[in-house]
Design a protein around this ligand. Structure first.
Ligand code: ADP
Length: 428
C-alpha cells in the first residue's frame, strides 16, 4: 500500500493524518501543546513531532511514501549552522517586529504584505538586533525547521511560507529591494509547496520503522492546507470560513492584490488563491447566543424568506473587507423582540457581507464564483447554508475535510506518487 502523512502545527496543538492512494484517512493522531511543559518552544515542537510519528501504528509507518508539514504562517526562528535554534522562535501573532516597519517602508513597495508588524520579514529585522544574532546562520519558518528535523537539509522553504518574507511568488525569486537590507544570514531557498527535499533521515527511518525511501517534502501554511483539504480545486471555487471572523478565499487565474481591503493572493501552482477577511462573523453571534441557542434557534428560521433586517454585525467599530472603513460602526438595530427573527437578521446580514466580499474579489479581477465550500463553526448550520445559497446565488457545499493536516497529506501524496501532473490536475 502507498500512504502519505500530513502534519499540521496549528495554534493549539499538532496533528497528523495518514491517507491512502484514494485520499481516504487511515489514521489521525494528535498532540496538544501544553504551556506547562516548561520547555523552550522549539524543543516542545520537536517533542510534538516525534510523538506524532510514534503514535502512528507501525504497520502504517512502513507504507508511508511521503511526508509534508505545515506550520502557522510567519512563525519563525534563527538557527546556527547545524540547525540548532539560537533563540526562542517568534510566533505568528508576535508583533514586536512593529518597531521595524518604518525601516521596511523605506525599501519595500507601498502596501507590500511584509509591511505588517507580524510579517516574517519584520520579525527577521527585529531579531537582527538581538545579542545572539551574530551566531545565526539560517532564518527558517516553523514548517522549514520541522521539515529539517526529518530530512536534515537546512535553508529550504516553500512559497506559501516565504510570501511574508518578501519572496516574489510571481517571479519565483527574492526581490531586489531586499538586497538593501543587507541581511547577513541565509534566507531559505524557496520551492513549490509539496516538492521533494530528500529522503527521511536514515536514523529516524531505522529507529521508528519508516521506509528508508520515505520522501520528505516542502510544506505550506495552516490556512492554505485547510483550503486544500476542502476539496476546492478549480478556478471559481471558493472556501468561506465561518469561524470567529469571516474569511473568504477564491481560486482564480488572476492574481488580485489590494492593500486598501487587505486582499492578497497566494500562489497555488498555476492558479492564485485570492483572500480577504472581514471582522464580522461567529464572534458576534457568540456575543448574543450560546452555541446551543444558535443551533436550536437556527432550526426555527424559515431560510427561504429574506430577512428585512439590515445589520452590519461587528463587535467593535472598524472594518477592512469588503468595506474599507476603520471607523465603520457596528449596526445591530432595530432589534426585534423575537430571538429567532434577530438571529435570522444576523445570519442574513453576514451572508450579504459574504456575497459582497465575493463580488468585490470578482470586480478586482478574480474569476467568477462557481461554488463555495464552507469551513468553521458555522458550517454545520443548515439554515445558514440555505440563506447563503440564496444570497450568493451559487452552490454552497460542506468542505470535504477541514483539517489542515489532511490538506498537507494531499500535498505529500501529490509528490509521493511521483507526479507533479496529478497535483496540477487537482488544482486546475
Ligand atoms: P475560530 O477557529 O475562528 O475561533 P471556529 O471555526 O471554531 O472559530 O468557529 C467558532 C464560531 O462558530 C463561534 O464564533 C460561534 O459563534 C460559531 N458557531 C458555532 N455554532 C454555530 C452554529 N450552529 N451556527 C452558526 N455559528 C456557529
Amino acid at each position: 500500500m502507498n500512504f502519505y502523512l500530513g502534519i499540521d502545527f496549528g495554534t493549539s496543538g499538532a496533528r497528523g493524518v495518514v491517507i491512502d492512494q484514494e485520499a481516504c484517512i487511515q489514521t489521525q493522531v494528535k498532540y496538544p501543546f501544553e504551556t506547562s511543559d516548561g520547555l523552550d518552544l522549539a524543543v516542545s515542537w520537536q517533542k510534538a513531532l516525534f510523538n506524532l510519528l510514534e503514535q502512528i501504528p507501525t504497520r502504517l509507518r512502513q507504507e508511508i511514501r511521503a511526508i509534508a508539514i505545515n506550520g502557522t504562517s510567519s512563525t519563525v526562528l534563527l538557527c546556527d549552522e547545524r540547525g540548532n535554534p539560537i533563540d526562542s522562535p517568534l510566533l505568528y501573532n508576535d508583533s514586536r517586529g512593529g518597531t521595524t516597519i518604518e525601516q521596511l517602508r523605506s525599501i519595500a513597495p507601498a502596501n507590500h504584505t511584509v509591511l505588517s508588524a507580524t510579517s516574517s520579514l519584520a520579525k527577521l529585522l527585529w531579531m537582527s538586533q538581538l545579542p545572539s544574532y551574530p551566531e545565526a546562520k539560517y532564518f527558517m519558518h516553523q514548517a522549514d525547521w520541522l521539515g529539517f528535523l526529518l530530512h536534515g537539509q537546512l535553508g529550504i522553504s516553500d512559497y506559501h511560507n516565504a510570501l511574508k518574507l518578501g519572496y516574489d511568488v510571481e517571479e519565483l525569486k527574492y526581490p531586489q529591494w531586499l538586497d538593501k537590507l543587507q541581511i547577513k544570514i541565509r534566507l531559505p531557498k524557496v520551492f513549490s509547496p509539496g516538492t521533494t527535499v530528500a529522503e527521511l533521515r536514515a536514523e529516524i527511518a531505522a529507529n521508528l520503522g519508516f521506509r528508508r525511501d520515505c520522501l520528505v517534502c516542502t510544506g505550506t501554511t495552516d490556512s492554505i492546507a485547510a483550503f486544500i483539504a476542502s476539496g476546492a480545486k478549480s478556478a471559481g471555487e471558493a472556501v468561506t470560513s465561518l469561524g470567529s471572523t469571516l474569511v473568504l478565499k477564491l481560486l482564480s487565474h488572476k492574481r488580485v492584490e489590494d492593500a486598501r481591503y487587505g486582499i492578497y493572493s497566494h500562489r497555488l501552482d498555476n492558479l492564485w488563491l485570492v483572500g480577504g477577511a472581514s471582522n464580522t462573523g461567529g464572534a458576534v453571534l457568540r456575543h448574543f447566543f450560546t452555541d446551543a441557542e444558535l443551533k436550536s434557534l437556527s432550526n426555527k428560521i424559515a431560510p427561504e424568506k429574506a430577512s428585512v433586517l439590515d445589520y452590519y454585525p461587528l463587535l467593535k467599530a472598524g472594518e477592512r473587507f469588503p468595506i474599507n472603513d476603520p471607523n465603520l460602526a457596528p449596526r445591530l438595530e432595530p432589534r426585534p423582540k423575537n430571538s429567532i427573527d434577530f438571529l435570522h437578521g444576523l445570519l442574513e446580514s453576514i451572508a450579504r457581507i459574504e456575497a459582497r466580499g465575493y463580488s468585490l474579489l470578482q470586480e478586482l479581477g478574480a474569476d467568477q464564483l462557481t461554488c463555495v465550500y464552507t469551513a468553521g463553526g458555522g458550517a454545520a448550520n443548515s439554515a445558514w447554508t440555505a440563506i447563503r445559497t440564496r444570497c450568493l446565488g451559487v452552490k454552497v457545499l460542506s468542505s470535504a475535510n477541514t483539517e489542515a493536516a489532511y490538506g498537507t497529506a494531499l500535498l505529500a501524496k501529490a509528490e509521493g506518487v511521483g507526479s507533479r501532473e496529478s497535483r496540477k490536475k487537482r488544482l486546475t
